[in-house]
Design a protein around this ligand. Structure first.
Ligand SMILES: Nc1nc2c(ncn2[C@@H]2O[C@H](COP(=O)(O)OP(=O)(O)O)[C@@H](O)[C@H]2O)c(=O)[nH]1
Ligand SMILES: [Mg+2]
Length: 302
């Protein structure tokens, strides 16, 4: 079984379990529509996305003259796939230095995802450096340093409580002088004061843009996939304040709420670049809409 399929098994069990019961050998009638609607909403697709899918299905029924509910199965897969866009190549080939800023609320999986991404880029032959821009807690700095040691990637850090703009500035200088290709910047994500958090991100962005014109080249928003629809509002705030270019949806291995990917994509209009399917260093994979939808439906065991 591939990592995609294994990682998404909880979502598949709940989502598919309910959906497949809907597509029996029956005539399409009002019950079919209300069952599909209820199931998609329960599967965390959200009201708006569910409406979009229902409209797609109804159109197919009209245009192709479908009458049996089992005929809707393929159309549903098609419509789910059409809601997602494939990830872009990351924009990290700039010279002399490319900068990835990583944002998101506390506990969403930023630091872990940064380590996974750094490992991935290093394996691809890039010279990577990390910056401990979450200066709020000492533990956050140590966590990044530990990952840096494990994957053998340098980490630039400052004392807890220091100005995040200053450590970002230092890291950019260090990266330039050491010929680094990609600098990945961790940030704080405390929620108790949204205004300050967003202001801090704006400040960090301006430090980055002054030091390297055109940077940050990527702003990746990390979202906890287990929070389902609740993640949406937070995501929108970050997307507004930080000019997010891509999403990382984490912890999909531990949740049945994988359907939230559809509504997040629909609400933020930002591509999902990676998904997190575990705590290990290799458990961050490029998002692939077709594989994603396939693994939601495919309940064979290989
Ligand atoms: N199961 C699982 N756990 C994850 C994943 N990504 C992160 N975590 C865990 O989530 C917790 C918070 O992650 P962390 O990177 O510290 O979040 P941060 O506060 O945003 O930096 C840690 O225990 C991670 O191991 C994932 O894809 N799957
Ligand atoms: Mg962290």
């Amino acid at each position: 079984m591939g990592i995609f399929k294994r990682g998404l098994s909880k979502t598949r069990q709940s989502f598919l379990g309910r959906l497949s019961q809907l597509f029996g050998n029956t005539t399409i009638d009002e019950d079919t529509w209300s069952d599909i609607e209820a199931t998609l909403i329960q599967a965390d697709l959200g009201v708006e996305t569910t409406e979009t899918i229902l409209e797609y299905l109804r159109e197919a029924v009209r245009e192709e003259g479908l009458t049996r509910s089992e005929q809707l199965y393929t159309v549903l897969r098609e419509s789910l796939e059409s809601l997602l866009e494939p990830p872009r190549e990351l924009n990290i080939n700039g010279r002399p230095l490319s900068i990835i800023l990583v944002v998101g609320v506390n506990g969403s999986g930023k630091t872990t995802s940064i380590a996974k991404l750094a490992h991935r880029l290093k394996r691809a032959g890039r010279k990577v450096m990390l910056c401990a821009g979450d200066t709020f807690r000492a533990a956050a700095i140590e966590q990044l340093q530990k990952w840096g040691e494990r994957i053998d990637v340098p980490v630039i850090a400052n004392k807890a409580g220091s100005d995040p703009g200053a450590v970002v500035f230092d890291a950019i200088n260090a990266a330039k002088s050491r010929g680094i290709d990609v600098l990945i910047i961790d940030t704080a994500g405390r929620l108790h004061n949204n205004y300050n958090l967003m202001q801090e991100l704006v400040k960090i962005r301006s430090v980055i843009a002054k030091a390297v014109p055109g940077a940050p080249h990527e702003v990746l928003l990390v979202m906890d996939g287990t929070t389902g629809q609740n993640a949406l509002k937070q995501g929108q705030k970050f997307a507004e304040a930080a000019n997010v270019t891509g999403l990382i949806i984490t912890k999909l291995d531990g949740t049945s709420k994988g359907g939230m990917i559809f509504s997040i994509h629909n609400a933020l209009h930002v591509p999902v670049q990676f998904i997190g399917l575990g705590e290990g260093i290799n458990d961050l994979v490029y998002f692939n809409p077709k594989n994603f939808v396939d693994s939601l439906f495919d309940d064979t065991d290989e």
